[in-house]
Write a new protein. Structure first.
Lengths: 312, 122
């Protein structure tokens, strides 16, 4: 059994966890500080739930276009990259789509808008994420659109926190933010051991993640609710603005960065039955749990030869 | 008489001392030359860091990290060869016997139930 030094705390309605090899245990407090600093900085840059975050406090400036902090520019860049990688299946403007529809209805009864930027936006038929302008640190967000960087920003925070620990302390580290797991630096004894299981009772795998790699999971079983007799979940298909068909209970991907892993799992849920082919073409190791509980493993994901007996 | 005998003894002693001294000088010089030769041609280092730890009530672990290396130098201006070795993984197997796929970043986990984190949908 591997021996580790680990600590965890509540963060963003989920749990943050940092793990070091036992031989590096004296650095645990400093490592926790690194994670707290990174997550606080990300929160201050792009939280939708803080009036004083840069993204919210400067929303009026962002409509006109303005220079933003390097961190916010980086987070927006990653979110737009995710949208490009997935042809818009991971859309940083999707969270406001319904709000935007409501806004448009109100807008129809309002006085004609003559500001050139607003008129240009109205004439631009491209998806909202394609109309976000980011050039260096200059950011302009289309009128009526508010960015939601939640998914990619959490994964980016995990990447940055793990890298920060290794850079500052010179030790290997695993950082988990609500199931987005990033690693950096030297391997610990026995390697980083990660359990892959969405809900109790779901099939479980136990894998070793190479240092410097990350793993993320997206689920259609979390944040569910009933609407008009239909089961809903929180991952929306941008084509319809409705929850994606729950072809998969969960999708897990291993990638060199947590942002990439998270992007691919979200897109795979949206793509449904087409997901395996897309993931196979990407060459990434992936594990999909179908609605009936069957498991599909792709791209070098280890076979379930010894772990089956351990599945919960 | 006494003087003559003392003179003969003294000569033998002197001869013996010279022989022993020469032998000592030869040994010291030879050893020095050999040591110098060795130092100039080969510098061998090795280090082993072994840690054994036990966690109360939940099992134990033993971690061994070993490295060794050999640096050879053949005089000033000559070629230098460095060779090193670390604990290696062969035939796609890690030291704990699990399969590997270097390109995917993921391999089979250990069978002892150790878990550093759990990835779940959020």
């Amino acid at each position: 059994m591997t021996v580790r030094a680990a600590t965890e705390w509540d963060l963003w309605t989920t749990t943050a966890r940092v793990v070091l090899d036992h031989r590096d245990r004296r650095h645990l407090a400093a490592a926790e500080s690194c994670v707290r600093e990174v997550t606080a900085a990300v929160d201050a840059a792009c939280s939708r739930f803080r009036e004083d975050s840069e993204l919210v406090a400067r929303s009026a400036d962002l409509e006109r276009g303005t220079e933003v902090s390097p961190l916010l520019a980086t987070l927006v860049h990653q979110a737009l990259d995710a949208a490009r990688l997935t042809d818009g299946d991971v859309d940083p403007t999707l969270g406001n789509r319904m709000v935007s529809l409501g806004y448009d209805v109100a807008f129809a009864d309002a006085s004609p808008e003559t500001r050139p930027a607003v008129v240009a936006d109205a004439l631009d038929g491209r998806p909202a994420w394609r109309r976000v302008l980011l050039s260096g640190r200059f950011l302009r967000v289309p009128t009526g659109v508010r960015l939601d960087l939640g998914a990619t920003a959490k994964a980016a925070a995990a990447d940055m926190a793990a890298a920060s620990i290794t850079a500052r302390l010179g030790v290997g580290a695993l950082v988990s933010l609500g199931g987005d797991v990033a690693t950096a630096g030297p391997d610990p004894s026995g390697g980083w051991q990660v359990r892959v299981q969405d809900l109790d009772g779901d099939p479980a795998d136990h894998v070793r993640i190479a240092s410097g790699w990350s793993v993320a999971t997206s689920s259609t079983q979390k944040r569910r609710w009933e609407q008009d007799g239909h089961a809903r979940h929180h991952i929306l298909d941008p084509r319809w603005g409705l929850p994606a068909e729950a072809v998969w209970r969960s999708v897990t991907v291993v990638a060199p960065s947590c942002v990439t892993a998270n992007t691919m799992t979200t897109a795979a849920v949206v793509r449904g039955r087409a997901a395996p082919e897309w993931l196979r073409a990407s060459g990434r190791a992936a594990r999909l749990v179908a609605a009936d509980g069957s498991v599909v493993r792709l791209g070098g994901w280890p076979a379930d030869d010894r772990q089956s007996g351990r599945a919960a | 008489m006494g003087t003559g005998r003392q003179g003969r003894r003294s000569a033998r002693i002197t001869s013996a001392l010279v022989s022993v001294g020469g032998l000592v000088v030869a040994l010291v010089t030879g050893a020095g030359l050999w040591a110098g030769h060795e130092q100039s041609s080969t510098d061998t280092t090795s280090s082993t860091d072994t840690t054994s730890e036990s966690s109360t009530g939940s099992g134990s672990t033993t971690t061994t990290d070993s490295t060794s290396g050999t640096d050879s130098t053949s005089g000033p201006g000559s070629s230098t060869t460095d060779s090193g070795s670390t604990a290696t993984e062969q035939d796609g197997s890690t030291s704990d016997g699990t399969s590997t796929d270097e390109g995917s970043g993921v391999t089979s986990g250990t069978t002892d139930g150790s878990t550093d984190a759990t990835t779940t949908g959020s």
